[in-house]
Write a protein that binds this ligand. Structure first.
Ligand code: TRH
Length: 377
């Protein structure tokens, strides 16, 4: 009998919540043969990642996943065999009752936010709260043995390798976005929150001797790009050149296409959680704009990741990349660290490849979840 999974997602802000749960839902269906209902409270955010979504529908099928709008007024449904509350979202109380009333108690898990902090290993898989007799468990994604791993679809790295070796396919993809890569120009993708450090980074590239081409999908960083360019209302398709730097605004692309964008670029600036992981699978150097949290908790997460990520780098490369990431996350002047990182670009590129392979040697998150369920029953 097909095992049924319910995944619950509230879109707090941005795209990470839906980005992660949509990816997980698809992978569970495609690779593990389970039936997935994905409950989402904001289908408009979902539509940005998957344009086939019709936000007006309460129920629809997308890529084998049953997508359900999570309404404010919950209508009773039967609980599934496995229930995932993504990022500590609160399930409808009637659904919790349905879990408790089930003849076979479901496995209830909280899929947590990604963190490289050491305590995650100790907490992954532990029991959390109980509702009546239904026990909830913590499930922590992570970068180290003893965590739930990272989302990675089967064959992803092979698909990426083929694409990165196929210059013509990359050209077709970029042309589809209106991008003509100037010969010799280094390509950067830029997905970030508002950042006061942007102008100094752009100035440094503009005065460089080699050309840079920065691709900016429409989003929160655009205001800083406009201020730097001195132009209001830069929309998708707009391009601006100053010295050695061309900045081009792209439309926000569907989630699968975003991977291709990352794979085309020599360097990717990413943010949040899902794009951060995808940039690692791209096997190219990256810059992470971490999601800000109260009391600067996010800075501890940034340091925890840097500690793991920079292992094995030479001291100058370690200093360059750590300095760059810290400066970007503080919204400070990027010039010095960007120049230092450029000097170490070969080593950083090699390191990004080996980091990616090391991470891919572990079980992926969807497989780890399925295994957790099998062990639990
Ligand atoms: O959008 P985000 O900032 O999401 C954040 C984080 O998840 C954060 O941890 C969370 O607490 C907060 O949301 C609520 O960044 P993230 O996680 O990278 O998600 C972006 C998604 O958008 C990802 O799935 C990739 C996708 N995307 C596209 O599909 N097309 C695009 O053009 C771009 C730029 C991104």
């Amino acid at each position: 009998m097909t095992v049924r999974w319910d995944i619950f997602c509230t879109v707090v802000d941005n795209f990470g919540d839906i980005g992660v749960t949509w990816r997980l839902a698809r992978q569970l269906v495609a690779e593990h043969g389970v039936a997935v209902r994905l409950w989402v409270d904001d289908l408009r955010a979902f539509e940005r990642l998957c344009p086939e979504i019709d936000p007006a529908l309460s129920e629809q099928w997308q890529q084998g996943v049953q997508v359900r709008h999570w309404p404010k007024d919950w209508l009773p449904v039967e609980a599934a065999d496995v229930v995932i509350a993504a990022f500590a979202c609160q399930l409808p109380s009637a659904y919790m009752d349905a879990m408790a009333e089930r003849q076979v108690t479901p496995l209830w898990m909280n899929l947590d936010y990604l963190s490289a902090e050491d305590w995650v290993i100790g907490c992954h898989g532990l029991p959390s709260v109980k509702y009546k007799h239904v026990q909830k468990y913590f499930f922590f994604p992570g970068f180290q043995e003893g965590t739930g791993g990272l989302l990675r679809e089967a064959g992803l790295l092979e698909r990426r390798r083929q694409f990165q070796q196929d210059g013509a396919a990359q050209q077709v993809f970029l042309r589809g976005l209106g991008v003509e890569r100037e010969p010799g120009a280094r390509l950067i993708s830029l997905f970030a929150y508002e950042n006061a450090g942007l102008a100094s980074w752009f100035d440094t590239m503009a005065t460089d001797t080699r050309p840079w081409h920065v691709l900016v999908p429409e989003g929160r960083i655009l205001g800083d790009v406009e201020r730097w360019a001195g132009i209001d209302g830069l929309g998708a398709g707009a391009s601006y050149r100053r010295g050695a730097l061309t900045v081009q605004v792209l439309p926000f692309v569907r989630q699968d296409e975003y991977d291709h964008l990352l794979w085309c670029c020599d360097f990717n600036a990413v943010r949040g959680e899902d794009s951060f992981v995808r940039a690692q699978w791209a096997g190219r150097p990256l810059l992470w704009h971490i999601y800000q949290q109260e009391e600067d908790v996010h800075l501890e997460k940034l340091e925890a990741f840097l500690k793991l990520y920079t292992e094995g780098l030479s001291e100058p490369a370690e200093k360059a990349i750590s300095g760059l990431w810290r400066t970007w996350n503080a919204g400070q002047d990027m010039a010095e660290h960007w120049k230092a990182a450029c000097e170490k670009d070969r080593e950083l590129a090699e390191h990004a490849r080996s980091w990616c392979l090391e991470q891919a040697s572990r079980a992926d998150l969807a497989t780890a979840l399925v295994k957790f369920y099998r062990n639990w029953i």
